[in-house]
Design a binder for this molecule. Structure first.
Ligand code: NAD
Ligand code: AKB
Length: 318
């Protein structure tokens, strides 16, 4: 059985991935950590080992890897795109600091390593429709620069030292457990919260801004399935394009209104987020992930909307 360390378990992905990993590998085999351990959900705190860990401090990660005999690390530590753009040095220091520590510790202690990349690894000189797996990557955000650097380092550590580093380029992730942490795609989560709470929604992106998206259950499957994939089948490693759907604000609004006809959305665009979104793919080609390790998302905009509204209605007693 694998023994797993999750870094950044308190975040949008970590709060759900940690619980899913515990279901698959056993509660006691998944150590949940965060720089802010109070961010860990009650469920995470009550079902298995937890610790405070600042991933920019190598000695803190190494101590947990030794204590729990860890053989796999899921590194979810980053500052998301819009927040990083307001404080580029923080974005660089946190994203790269955590990743380099994980790579070095994985090399020394023979751990497998999963670190997500993002659609943010592309930029406005990338072909934005049907974005190929291997293409131009010249992002103009600090978040994108850290993601491209991370992809290159992951492949370098694999080729040079045999570190089993693997990664996906996640699109915008939509979920209902922990709110998103300051990204460009957050609006596609926030819209559901507003609809369920009976509030009007002000969309920070313009109509026609097309972006790739995915529902969290498919993202969790993707992370675990990639880490379980037969390495001999992997032509690529760092990092695979994956997507489940793409839409613009008008389309998600129309879908929500099928269930909440009185729901109102207006636009007040946020210059930072709009510029970032305009430089990201409209939709990516994820055929390499499908061919090399069987990526196959289950949710589309319609089925995700039904599930999001149902889960959030229960959460808020609406
Ligand atoms: P998040 O911001 O929700 O969570 C990050 C977590 O890391 C937080 O709980 C935070 O407290 C913790 N953290 C921050 N600094 C830390 C440090 N120094 N040491 C330890 N923990 C620290 O992020 P997320 O949305 O869960 O994203 C996880 C990863 O997935 C990131 O690499 C992100 O770039 C990537 N990603 C996310 C999305 C998305 O839509 N959520 C899409 C593409 C890629
Ligand atoms: C962000 O918007 O920053 C993230 C991402 C797509 O990487 N959700």
């Amino acid at each position: 059985m694998k023994r797993i360390l999750v870094l950044g378990s308190g975040g949008q992905i970590g709060s759900e991935l940690t619980m899913r990993l515990r279901e698959v590998y056993g509660d006691g085999n998944v150590v949940a950590t965060d720089i802010n351990p109070e961010r860990l959900t009650k469920e995470i705190q009550q079902t298995g080992p937890t610790a405070a860990c600042d991933a920019t401090k190598a000695e803190e990660i190494a101590a947990i890897v030794d204590k729990y005999k860890i053989d796999s690390i899921y590194n979810l530590v980053a500052i998301l795109s819009a927040t990083a753009e307001k404080n580029p040095m923080l974005g660089w220091n946190v994203g790269m600091g955590a990743l380099l520590n994980c790579l070095e510790i994985s090399r020394e202690k023979k751990c497998a390593l999963f670190t997500p990349s993002s659609i943010g690894a592309f930029g406005d000189t990338t072909p934005l429709n049907g974005t190929p797996q291997d293409t131009i990557q010249r992002p103009k955000t600090i978040y994108g620069v850290t993601k491209v650097t991370g992809e290159l380092l992951g492949d370098y550590y694999y080729e040079r030292f045999g570190v089993d580093a693997r990664s996906v380029r996640f699109p915008g992730l939509i979920s209902n457990v922990t709110p998103p942490g300051g990204g460009t795609t957050d609006y596609a989560v926030d819209i559901y919260y507003a609809a369920v709470k009976g509030e009007d929604f002000v969309c920070p992106l313009k109509p026609g801004t097309m972006l790739d998206m995915m529902y969290m259950p498919d993202a969790l499957d993707a992370a675990i399935n990639l880490m379980e994939a037969d390495p001999s089948k992997l032509v690529h490693r760092n990092s695979f394009n994956i997507t489940a759907m793409h839409f613009d604000p008008e389309e998600i609004y129309a879908e929500v209104r099928k269930h909440k006809p009185d729901f109102k959305m207006t636009y007040e665009f946020d210059a930072i987020r709009q510029k970032i979104a305009d430089s990201w793919p409209n939709w990516m080609d994820d055929s390499c992930a499908r061919e090399e390790w069987g990526f196959a998302p289950k949710y589309n905009l319609q089925t995700m909307t039904v599930d999001m509204l149902d889960k959030l209605s229960k959460k808020f007693g609406k």
